[in-house]
Design a protein around this ligand. Structure first.
Ligand SMILES: [Fe+2]
Length: 200
């Protein structure tokens, strides 16, 4: 039990360290100083073990945080947000997130939410949007990010991507999976919704 709490706290401290050295993160939202670690049920989904089995390469800039998150994977409350009718079973087997920090996160705060987001290789996360403003921060891997009315970009570790409130966006991976922090601020009560491509 003690080791588990240590792991959560080490992860939080490492994220705070990354925050303090990254302007994009600090300008988006300041790192909360009121975090309280809560007891939260563990929920395992298909990607839980995929992330547990994915350890960082030793020359990677974010090796430490990658491996802390990977080790945390079996102790968190995973979710995949959508149902099978919306996105298909295949996608749900390849995608997942957990709320590490936030109003209902492992670390509780009302100032922002930080989700750890995993997307496997050869995956397509369809067009979706949400009311919250969002910043992606890539920890490991690579994916193509698209936003409505903007050219697609390939994002790699340390890259960030901002989504305006309700701006539709989608994500595609090929031969690399991707591990990201997804940070929400302002109006994060409502969850993400799939957008019909005909309505873009
Ligand atoms: Fe989003």
């Amino acid at each position: 039990m003690h080791n588990k709490i240590d792991l959560f706290n080490q992860t939080k401290n490492e994220i705070e360290k990354i925050w303090s050295t990254n302007k994009k993160l600090t300008e988006f939202v300041s790192f909360p100083q009121d975090l309280v670690l809560k007891e939260k049920n563990i929920n395992k989904i298909n990607v839980t073990n995929k992330l547990l089995d994915w350890k960082s390469e030793s020359d990677h800039k974010f090796e430490k945080i990658h491996n802390l998150i990977s080790n945390l994977s079996p102790f968190v409350s995973w979710d995949n947000g959508y149902n099978e009718n919306e996105v298909g079973k295949e996608f749900l087997n390849r995608y997942g997130f957990f709320e590490l920090i936030g109003p209902t996160g492992h670390f509780e705060t009302t100032n922002m939410a930080l989700y750890v987001n995993f997307l496997d290789i050869n995956s397509h996360y369809p067009w979706h949007n949400h009311e919250a403003e969002e910043l992606y921060f890539i920890v490991s891997g690579e994916a193509k990010f698209e936003k409505k009315n903007e050219a697609p970009v390939i994002l790699k570790p340390e890259d960030t991507c901002f989504h305006k409130s309700n701006q539709p966006h989608r994500i595609t991976t090929n031969d690399k999976k991707i591990l990201s922090f997804v940070i929400w601020k302002n109006k994060f009560e409502n969850v993400s919704k799939i957008v019909d491509p005909k309505e873009l």
